[in-house]
Design a protein around this ligand. Structure first.
Ligand code: SF4
Ligand code: SF4
Length: 225
């Protein structure tokens, strides 16, 4: 497996072998890094303003269960890639099972309900380095979220979205991946281009990740033969 290199808290994680094969991956990781840096600063400022830290903690996963998780094409591609090529074998086996359960449960859940995120394992995000923007930027102050709570209606002042100050920089990383030329990036960013291309993770054919895992395993085997 190719190594992931994280130099320190302020440099982005790198996957040199994979980034050489997938130029889109470098741009996506750059954009995530911009988001994380802005998030770190935004949270520090907001915590100082409010006089307390956000409620978000490791192991707190209500936001991963039964929620809409909007992802754009390249965020989804990043999840597919990470699940198929980077996840350790034990986690891959577990994910296969969760994806198969999800496929089997299709049709038995009302269309109005979102399924739990299939990447959630033992109270943690199994695809953490490639988790989508919304998972990086959605924060809550005050009490931690409770199941069934509608935060935006019940306590909107506790919801705090980070990373907005870096949104234009992220657009400059992501929009060229859609073939958008430099002259058009700012204009399309102002129009919310990436958001307009996002879909709920729940609606994507996530079971295809299993096929992608098989293909990646076969390719690794061929390379090592
Ligand atoms: S958004 Fe809510 S559920 Fe998610 S980590 Fe923060 S407090 Fe916990
Ligand atoms: S991708 Fe990770 S952080 Fe985001 S909803 Fe799924 S498990 Fe939670």
């Amino acid at each position: 497996m190719a190594e992931a290199r994280t130099h320190n808290g302020t440099e982005r994680t790198r996957y040199p072998e994979h980034e050489a094969r997938h130029p889109w991956l470098s741009r996506l990781l750059n954009a995530y890094h911009l988001s994380d840096e802005a998030t770190r600063q935004d949270l520090a400022e907001e915590a100082a303003r409010r006089g307390h830290a956000p409620a978000c903690r490791s192991g707190c996963t209500v936001c991963c269960q039964g929620q809409a998780i909007p992802v754009s094409d390249f965020e989804a591609l990043g999840l597919w890639w990470y699940a198929a090529e980077i996840l350790p074998p034990a986690a891959q086996r577990r994910l296969r099972g969760q994806l198969a359960n999800r496929r089997d449960a299709k049709g038995s859940t009302p269309d109005t309900e979102y399924a739990d995120c299939p990447f959630l394992m033992d109270g943690a995000c199994s695809v953490y380095p490639l988790r989508p923007f919304v998972c990086r930027q959605h924060h809550v102050f005050g009490a931690a979220c409770q199941q069934g709570e509608n935060l935006r209606q019940q306590r909107p002042r506790d919801v705090f979205n980070t990373g907005q100050s870096a949104a234009r920089g992220m657009a400059w990383e992501i929009l060229p991946l859609y073939g958008v030329g430099e002259d058009d990036v700012d204009r399309l960013f102002e129009r919310g281009y990436v958001g307009s291309r996002s879909k709920s993770l729940d609606t994507l054919p996530l079971e295809n990740i299993i096929t992608h895992m098989d293909a990646a395993a076969a390719l690794r085997k061929a390379r090592n033969a």
